[in-house]
Design a protein around this ligand. Structure first.
Ligand SMILES: [Zn+2]
Length: 219
């Protein structure tokens, strides 16, 4: 049973609900929602708020039953993720959340990982649009170089765990950080850590280690 302790900010869920996130971030949010009932409920609230705002700024001719039909719309269950049977199979076979499983099409261990430094491998999803979306696979005891953010960075833990200044992150947890945050995650068990990371702007590394790593990692 997955115990999720770290969730998204409201701002992220509202951006997801309004369809304004870059593709990689949207896949990451959808993947966490696949696992997290709490955020599914919050996202559905964000959908409702968005819908009501839309009604407020785009007045329509009022039918006698307008209110009843709006309320009926609000009571409709949230739209379900499109789930083709093959995608469901992928998700069951790989143990990955559905949106990510259907995008990768194969289990984590069968991806073509590229070594980008001591104890760190990367798989770039090469998605269109701003920012970057990649999987990082980090060996036990290894830390990712200290970095700050020019934009937003979302991280979803898929295997293992890490700790940093913000706390301990295990499978299913998300880290939702913006430009203010400077952190240095370190894998804190003897199991490797695999996480999905999506940004809407490049990361900026700090310190000597970071400056050395930056051109190398190409983040
Ligand atoms: Zn959540």
């Amino acid at each position: 049973m997955m115990k999720i302790r770290h969730h998204f900010d409201d701002a992220t869920l509202i951006a997801y609900s309004s369809g304004s996130l870059p593709q990689g971030m949207a896949v990451l949010v959808g993947s966490h929602l696949h696992w997290c009932e709490e955020c599914r409920e919050r996202a559905s609230q964000a959908d409702r708020i968005g819908g009501e705002l839309l009604e407020a700024i785009e007045p329509v001719a009022m039918e006698p039953d307008a209110l009843a039909s709006i309320m009926a719309m609000l009571d409709e269950p949230e739209p379900k993720l499109r789930s083709l049977s093959t995608e469901r199979l992928d998700s069951a076979r790989t143990g990955l959340p559905l949106p990510l499983a259907s995008m990768l099409g194969k289990p984590l261990d069968q991806l073509e990982w590229r070594r980008i430094g001591y104890g760190v491998q990367q798989y770039d999803l090469k998605l269109e649009g701003p920012g970057a979306t990649r999987l990082l696979r980090i060996a036990p005891g290894v830390s990712v170089p200290h970095h700050t953010h020019r934009g937003n960075e979302l991280t979803l833990i898929l295997r293992g765990s890490y700790s940093d200044e913000l706390g301990r992150f295990c499978v299913g947890d998300v880290a939702d950080v913006d430009t203010e945050v400077k952190h240095q995650p370190i894998v804190d068990t003897d199991e490797e850590c695999i996480c999905l990371i999506a940004t809407d702007a490049p990361l900026k590394f700090t310190g000597l280690m970071g400056r050395l790593a930056q051109p190398f990692i190409g983040l």
